[in-house]
Each structure stands twice: as structure tokens, then as C-alpha cells.
Design a protein around this ligand. Structure first.
Ligand code: AMP
Ligand code: MG
Length: 406
């Protein structure tokens, strides 16, 4: 039998994102900012106030009226601290002013205290020419009331939360969290901490995937590890009926024990299977009782890469996130790649002085070399390169977080 051609990664991702867009999680939660980290903004927000709300001094110094510069030295008519409300600047005077304090009406520049001389009578002159607008943060210069602030689909992180707080917003409408049912498959799997019987290994995929899912903002329904037996798989998956997504690892390659693959072909619907990706060729997407299903390969390195490059963007799009693709940064390859592959390859690399250094192990069976790597270098299929050529690098730091905003 002739093997079916492998589906290109870009095509698979395009299809996954389309499928995701057809199944959005529409419900909205109202949360306070303290609980909003990692949540996805449900609606576009516009600025409620000018920021800054009034013109203020960027420095400790003296506020002047530029037109009176030649009359220096000028007496100090008032001292303005942050948190106070000044009088208009009296003609023929200057004002002592501190960082964050409102600029008095009539003043149009602030001179740094280091550039001012105070004479014996307490009158102030500037030692360098005054400049119109200098050291004044003008009302609304960051954003004006009514202007677009944050768009629906923005992932709220510490900085975005600060932007909201600065606007006086303390509660925000976010999209609900997805419920993801997670299971491992394989007769060989033993629980973490259990003593291994002959032929057994510890289940590591489940803790990796569970942790990644939680970082992306999902509620995880942990269905445990299940043996490669169809009735058992069926019984476990029945518990996933209320989930937004089911994710499994193992059992999707073609072999006698590909229980998930057989289950899907028998009782579900396979939409994608076998991609031109390395590691991770057996990646599968389908439906089980109308619940979307992602079958990741069992090899820990393959499960990791396919989750991060395919399941992550799919999930984020379901969650309403706008920018689901990770940031790709060109880095210089620090090694030759003379042999073209027939799959798009994700190489584990460290980045040292802007050069990608290949990790010694690229085995799909190991996770340790991924822990020590900074991320992956994306090698398109059919590509060869020499040391010194630039390729796209994606950092693990970016891949394990829910978005490109922060
Ligand atoms: P499979 O995709 O089921 O053929 O599994 C491929 C390889 O991954 C085999 O060596 C499995 O023992 C291993 N594997 C499968 N599931 C897990 C898991 N949850 N944790 C660690 N290794 C696994
Ligand atoms: Mg297996």
C-alpha cells in the first residue's frame, strides 16, 4: 500500500485554526484585575481618561514661563509636590516642582534642579537655556480619552493589567477558561513515584501537558493513564463528554497498540493525521462525540513539540486569542545542516551570542535536552544550510505562555 503524503505543518495549522474559529468559547466572566493574569479580554476597550490625566513634571526642578526667561533670576512663588493641586504660576515667578506633580497653569517648561542656580535671596536662574515643553509629560500624551486601549483577544499579563489599572479599571470582562480533558495511553505507563514492574516506564507526558495547559489558562480534567484496550479507552473518554477539548498522548502511530487511532476511526471522525513534522509525525486531530480531540504522539519530545506548535495555537484561537503564533526571531545557525529532510524539523538549540548551538540529543524520546535548550530552530522541509545562515528561532519561554502580549 502506498503511504499517503504527509500534510505540511502550515496547512495543518491553517486547518486547525479554522476549526478552532468555528468553536469559540463565547461565555464571559467578570474578574477583578488580581484574578485576570493570563485571561483573554472579551471586548475592545477604549480609554476612559486621558493618560496622564493632567500635565505633570517628569523631573525634580523648577517650572518656568518661557516668555519670562530673560527676567531670571525669578523668585519661587510656590512648591508643588506630587499629590497636590497647584495655583496658577504667578507672573514673574517660578515654582519649585517635583516628579509627578501637576504643572501649574501658565508654566510651559521645567528645568532640572541640577541646571538651576539659587541665589542668596532664593531667586532661581537656569544655567542652560530653557526649552518649551521640556520635562513636562503632557495631559493625554500616552493616550487620549476615547482612543482604543486594548483589543478583544488580548491576553492580559502584568503590563496590560497595569495599563487597565492606570485607567481606573478594576474589573474586566474575560472569555471563559476552556475545560480540557487529558489522558495518557500505554500499557507500559506507571504513575510518577510508583515502583516500576519489568517493561514499565513512568508517565511523564501527563505532567508536562497538564502544566502547559494550566499555563495557557485551561482548566484540566485529568483522566489519568489508560491501558491500550478499546473498552477501557471508551470508558475513560465517556468522562470527557462535557469537555471543550480532549488531549491524549500515545497510541496514534500505526501499530498493533494504536488504540486511540483505532478508537477514532471506529467511533469518531479523523480530520487530520500524519503531518510533515519532526518530531511528531503521528499528530492527529478529530472529533469524539462532537468533542474536538487532539492525539499527540507518545514520545515525550514529539508530544512536547506538537503540543507547542499545533495544539497551543489551536487552543488559544478557541480561547479567543488574536495572536496565536509564537514570535519567530531570526538567529544565525552555528552548525551545518547538509542533509535535506522531508519533514519540517524543530531542532532543540541554545542561543549563545546570537548563534544557535545544536543540543547534542535531538531524540524524540528524551525531554532532558529540551530543558537545557532555549527553544527550537525551525527548519523547513527540503532545506539545507551552512553555519552562518539565518533561520527562525522560537523560544520555549514564548511557547509556554499564552500570548505575545504581556
Ligand atoms: P506511542 O506513541 O504510544 O507508540 O509511544 C511512543 C513512545 O513514547 C514509547 O516509547 C512509549 O513508551 C512512550 N510514551 C508513551 N506515552 C508516554 C508517556 N505518557 N510518558 C512517557 N513516555 C511515553
Ligand atoms: Mg503507546
Amino acid at each position: 500500500m502506498k503511504a499517503s503524503p504527509l500534510l505540511a505543518v502550515d496547512q495543518a495549522l491553517g486547518q486547525l485554526l479554522q476549526l478552532a474559529a468555528q468553536a469559540p468559547l463565547e461565555a464571559v466572566d467578570q474578574v477583578c484585575l488580581e484574578d485576570a493574569d493570563g485571561r483573554v479580554l472579551a471586548h475592545d476597550l477604549v480609554a476612559r481618561t486621558d493618560s496622564p490625566p493632567w500635565s505633570n513634571s517628569a523631573m525634580d526642578g523648577y517650572a518656568f514661563r518661557l516668555a519670562e526667561a530673560e527676567r531670571e533670576p525669578l523668585p519661587v512663588s510656590q512648591t508643588i509636590f506630587a499629590g497636590t493641586s497647584p495655583e496658577p504660576l504667578a507672573p514673574g515667578t517660578c515654582a519649585r516642582i517635583f516628579t509627578g506633580a501637576p504643572v501649574p497653569q501658565g508654566a510651559d517648561c521645567v528645568q532640572l534642579q541640577e541646571n538651576c542656580r539659587v541665589d542668596a535671596d532664593g531667586r532661581v536662574s537656569s544655567t542652560v537655556p530653557l526649552v518649551f515643553g521640556a520635562n513636562i509629560r503632557v495631559q493625554g500624551e500616552e493616550i487620549g480619552v476615547g482612543a482604543p486601549l486594548l483589543a478583544a483577544g488580548t491576553v492580559l499579563g502584568p503590563v496590560a493589567l497595569g495599563v487597565l489599572a492606570a485607567q481606573g479599571i478594576d474589573r474586566v470582562a474575560v472569555l471563559r477558561k476552556p475545560r480540557v480533558a487529558l489522558l495518557s495511553t500505554g500499557n507500559e505507563l506507571a504513575k510518577a513515584g510508583a515502583t516500576l514492574a519489568p517493561g514499565q516506564i513512568h508517565d511523564s507526558n501527563r505532567i508536562v501537558l497538564r502544566t502547559l495547559l494550566r499555563r495557557l489558562g485551561c482548566d484540566v480534567i485529568d483522566l489519568g493513564a489508560v491501558r491500550d484496550e478499546l473498552p477501557l479507552v471508551r470508558a475513560v473518554l465517556d468522562q470527557a463528554a462535557g469537555a471543550d477539548l480532549i488531549i491524549s498522548s500515545g497510541g496514534v502511530s500505526v501499530g498493533d497498540a494504536d488504540c486511540i487511532g483505532s478508537f477514532l476511526r471506529e467511533g469518531g471522525e479523523v480530520k487530520l493525521w500524519k503531518l510533515a513534522i519532526k518530531p511528531g509525525k503521528p499528530f492527529t486531530f478529530g472529533l469524539i462525540n462532537t468533542v474536538p480531540f487532539i492525539g499527540l504522539p507518545g514520545n515525550p519530545g514529539s508530544a512536547l513539540v506538537t503540543f507547542l506548535l499545533l495544539a497551543r495555537p489551536y487552543l488559544l484561537r478557541r480561547m479567543g486569542v488574536e495572536q496565536v503564533e509564537p514570535l519567530r526571531v531570526p538567529v544565525v545557525a552555528g552548525f551545518d545542516w547538509p542533509k535535506a529532510g522531508n519533514r519540517q524539523e524543530y531542532l532543540r538549540v541554545r542561543v549563545e551570542q546570537g548563534r544557535a548551538v545544536l543540543q547534542a540529543s535531538q531524540s524524540s524520546g528524551t525531554l532532558l535536552s529540551a530543558v537545557e535548550a532555549d527553544g527550537v530552530l525551525e527548519v523547513p522541509r527540503g532545506k539545507t544550510f551552512r553555519s552562518g545562515e539565518r533561520l527562525d528561532f522560537i523560544s520555549f519561554a514564548c511557547l509556554v505562555s499564552p500570548g505575545r502580549s504581556h
